[in-house]
Design a binder for this molecule. Structure first.
Ligand code: NI
Length: 197
């Protein structure tokens, strides 16, 4: 049978790495709004967020971190990219087993500290097609989801630390950014543009 696939140059453009906002960028404090339109632009953003997260490398990324203030999270807590999860407009239905785990964040590079959170959650969300689902997550997946949901509320894991620690982290990151060579403009893609904004 003949393939009806388009030649590669007529298909989708290649995926793009998105620019990740870093603490203390005030845009990370924006509250995300629910997603109501499930279209090709959303699907493209999800694919770009996965590529950006895997390249970083990270195990979770909220749309807020790429300056798109919509309620969208991608996650993969496996070692081999075998557990990609998408949560749109997520709500936590129940929390259990509070414990402490060390967290890091792509928006707070190189910083790790302990945060107390539920180690088991039940969540309701929509998938990339807008279909509602519920699932239970535990361990690192439960912690990761809560960390990413905080981003959607404009909150960062360093907010759980003391003011003294947070100030020290802010100064360290500001210094590192000043010392870092500037990236060429062509390597940066605006995620907002992907959603036609
Ligand atoms: Ni984070």
């Amino acid at each position: 049978m003949m393939s009806n696939e388009l030649p590669f140059w007529q298909g989708s453009p290649p995926m793009a790495l998105l620019d990740i906002l870093e603490f203390p960028d005030p845009r990370l404090r924006t509250r995300a709004v629910p997603i109501t339109i499930f279209d090709a632009a959303l699907s493209r953003l999800i694919d770009d967020m996965f590529e950006t997260m895997y390249a970083a490398p990270g195990i979770g990324l909220a749309a807020s971190q790429v300056d798109v203030h919509r309620q969208l999270i991608v996650m993969d807590c496996s070692n081999d990219r075998s557990d990609p999860l998408v949560f749109i407009n997520p709500e936590i239905l129940s929390r259990e087993n509070v414990g402490v785990m060390e967290e890091g964040c792509l928006s707070v590079p190189g910083i790790f500290d302990e945060v107390e959170r539920a180690q088991r959650v039940r969540v309701r969300a929509k998938d990339r097609d807008g279909k509602a689902f519920e699932c239970e997550l535990d361990g690192i997946r439960a912690v990761c989801l809560q960390h990413e949901m905080d981003h959607l509320d404009g909150k960062l894991f360093v907010d759980y630390l003391s003011t003294l620690k947070r100030d020290r982290i802010r100064k360290k990151l500001e210094k590192e950014r000043r010392d870092r060579p500037a990236k060429p403009d062509s390597a940066e893609v605006s995620a907002g543009a992907a959603l036609g904004r």
